[in-house]
Design a protein around this ligand. Structure first.
Ligand code: ADP
Ligand code: MG
Length: 256
């Protein structure tokens, strides 16, 4: 089976990691082997898959272990076997965050992470505020083939969405990544869906799904869990299961 490689982009704080980790959990429940790679210097993408803790990042481990670095130092099994990786970030004031992602990706490749774990789906959770060389890495060189953007109806997150869409278009001929749609993570602002639909018309992409604002997210997060592991709110589990179905269906034929 071909590995599905999907990047989830969006403005900082918009809900990328929440969406990505719940999507990972939904896919794992379907029996998929998932690897989630956090590409945000915040390095908390996978925390709700590993009980609320932070796992050591590729960059931290590389700094600590140098050439002795092994896959076990950077890939951690989380809930239902989801493989968790955090690229990590530079020492504040010293390095470049984008450069850090490039280093982390090169290291994973050197260690043959995908050949060894053979995931069905790889999800990259990527900060999309600045789509510089490093943060564009997942959409270049065949890392991710499909891109989804998380946005609310707030201007700043739609602005980031538009920038990300432009970056994908600019890499069009060199990369393989295709913008597949926008996931509306609701902030409950007035006329949110209409605002987003209008913006997406201008950007030229589809609305993949609407995730309601829900206290279930914070309740689960307080226990270091996704809504699937928490298991108390079936309606939110359904939302993320539907998103997983939609993404799986939309990518069929993308890899042939
Ligand atoms: P990002 O990864 O984009 O920086 P996070 O996923 O960490 O953002 O989300 C930021 C905060 O928003 C988290 O504390 C999370 O609990 C909250 N959040 C995200 N999505 C929702 C939602 N649909 N309903 C309620 N709270 C949400
Ligand atoms: Mg995040």
């Amino acid at each position: 089976m071909t590995t599905r490689k999907i990047a989830i982009y969006g403005k900082g704080g918009i809900g990328k990691s929440t969406t990505t980790s719940n999507l990972s959990a939904a896919l794992a429940q379907r029996g998929c082997k998932v690897m989630q790679i956090g590409c945000d210097p915040k390095a908390d993408s996978t925390k709700n898959l590993v009980g609320g803790d932070r796992i050591p990042t590729v960059l931290d481990q590389l700094r600590a272990k140098g050439n002795k670095l092994t896959l076990e130092d950077v890939v951690f099994p989380g809930w239902n076997g989801v493989l968790c990786v955090e690229a990590g970030g530079p020492t504040p004031g010293v390095g470049c965050a984008g450069r850090g992602i490039i280093t982390a990706f090169q290291k994973l490749q050197e260690l043959h992470a995908f050949d060894i774990y053979q995931p069905d789906v790889v999800l990259y959770d990527v900060l999309g505020d600045v789509v510089c060389g490093g943060f564009a890495m997942p959409i270049r060189d065949g890392y991710a083939r499909e891109v989804y953007i998380v946005s609310s109806g707030e201007m700043m997150s739609l602005y980031a969405a538009s920038n990300i869409a432009t970056a994908i278009r600019n890499f069009g001929s060199r990369g393989y990544a295709k913008l597949k749609g926008v996931i509306l993570n609701s902030k409950n602002i007035p006329d949110e869906e209409a605002i987003v639909r209008k913006a997406l018309e201008e950007i030229g992409t589809d609305l993949t799904c609407i995730i309601p604002r829900s206290t279930a997210i914070q309740e689960a997060e307080a226990e270091g869990k996704t809504v699937f592991q928490a298991g108390t709110r079936p309606e939110m589990m359904q939302v993320y299961s539907d998103l997983a179905d939609r993404i799986l269906a939309a990518g069929e034929g993308e890899y042939t």
